[in-house]
Design a protein around this ligand. Structure first.
Ligand code: ADP
Length: 373
């Protein structure tokens, strides 16, 4: 067994998993929540990490700790062994991901304290998108401003895209180097990625995870002039606008519910507001499928993954409805089949395959941690 402890630290939570890299099995899986909240028994991340390690039990031979880090900027394009210097560099990237990097770093510090003799490795959500060509990562703004402030598209969910694209090529029986995919990672956060020969060539999230698809609480794409309009007309400050777009928009903003299951249940029950929100969600997905088909020039498969993508039969079918002209269609029976593994949901002989591939970010982090050592 090659055991890797995988940590995903949020501002008030620690998600952890003990992974056997050889079999891919999750030996222990857990979540410590409400860290530091008033009345919570877990005072801080150091206490939380102690609880997580206690939950693993004894007798484990952990070879590495893999940490999910959201933003690697242009500095980190590969998984990296964490030193004090690397910690400082991750901290330095915090302005690019103020909601994520500081929280990731608190987890790293707590884990290094708890397991000082084991190597710790940072695996970055942005790293897979290092292959984006300049025309895909450049925003058409003043080049000096962009360069001075590192304003460009970075893209996220990269760990998931790497895992899912490799699995998809294997499942299709195609060499990864010749495979063209559109992967839709639809969770609370959601994004799309055009992957050509295993390389990310375009992705919907941007400098931050706010751009692109409609998400649970994030708006995705908007006209940037809406910000100054609301600043002047509604008297909203920039923190308020930031909160509006990140926490009060998306499905939550449109319907009052941020969880896809609740929105779908409401729509099924005849709620027109919920149905209209789902129509916006699907419209945005189709927008990116069309765009990425054009960027790729040819397409082997559309792949659904993450919470919504793996589980929502209705969303998959409705999002791809009407795309037969592009060679994309969904087989009702295959789509509705209850299964957990990678599977086809397109009919036999379709020009473009449609797949559901469960993601496994923890396993991918564990593999990369071992590989870098
Ligand atoms: P995260 O982005 O936080 O990692 P997940 O990938 O687990 O989250 O996705 C969470 C989302 O998946 C939620 O919006 C949830 O409603 C949705 N989801 C989970 N199961 C289903 C289901 N059976 N039908 C529709 N949506 C689902």
């Amino acid at each position: 067994m090659t055991e890797v402890f995988v940590v995903n630290s949020g501002s008030s939570s620690i998600k952890y998993q003990l992974v056997d890299v050889e079999t891919g099995a999750a030996l222990v899986n857990g979540l410590i929540e409400r860290i530091g909240e008033s009345g919570s028994p877990v005072a801080d991340h150091v206490a939380g990490m102690k609880l997580a390690l206690e939950a693993l039990g004894t007798g484990h031979d952990i070879v590495a700790v893999g940490h999910r880090v959201v933003h690697g900027g242009t500095l980190f394009t590969e998984a990296t062994v964490i030193t004090d210097r690397v910690e400082k560099q991750i901290e330095g990237l915090s302005p690019l991901a103020p909601l994520h990097n500081p929280a990731n770093l608190i987890g790293i510090r707590a884990a290094r304290k708890a397991l000082p003799s084991v190597p710790h490795v940072a695996v970055f959500d942005t790293a897979f998108h290092r292959t984006l060509p300049p025309e895909a990562y450049t925003y058409a703004i003043d080049a000096d401003v962009a360069s001075k402030y590192a304003v460009r598209r970075y893209g996220f969910h990269g760990t998931s895209y790497k895992f899912v694209s490799e699995r998809a090529a294997e499942f299709l029986g195609l060499p990864l180097a010749d495979t063209k995919l559109i992967v839709l990672h639809l969770g609370n956060g959601a994004s799309a990625c055009a992957i050509d020969g295993g390389r990310s060539i375009d992705t919907s999230m941007g400098m931050t995870p706010l751009q692109g698809l409609v998400m649970g609480t994030r708006s995705g794409d908007i006209d940037p002039a809406i910000l100054s309009y609301l600043y002047h007309e509604a008297g909203m400050g920039f923190d308020e606008l930031d909160t509006l777009l990140n926490k009060q928009s998306g499905l939550l903003g449109l319907t009052g519910e941020g969880d896809m299951r609740d929105v779908q249940d409401a729509a099924t029950g005849g709620d027109e507001v919920a149905e209209a929100a789902l129509a916006v969600y699907r419209h945005r997905i189709r927008h990116y499928i069309g765009a990425y088909f054009a960027q790729l020039g040819r397409l082997d498969a559309v792949v659904f993954t993450a919470g919504v993508g793996e589980n929502s039969v209705a969303l998959r079918e409705q999002a791809l409805a009407g795309l037969e002209g592009l060679g994309i269609s969904v087989d009702h029976v295959r789509n509705a089949a209850k299964a957990r593994d990678a599977r086809y949901i397109s009919p036999d002989g379709s020009p473009v395959a449609v797949l559901v591939i469960p993601t496994n970010e923890e396993l991918e982090i564990a593999r990369q941690a071992v590989a870098v050592l």
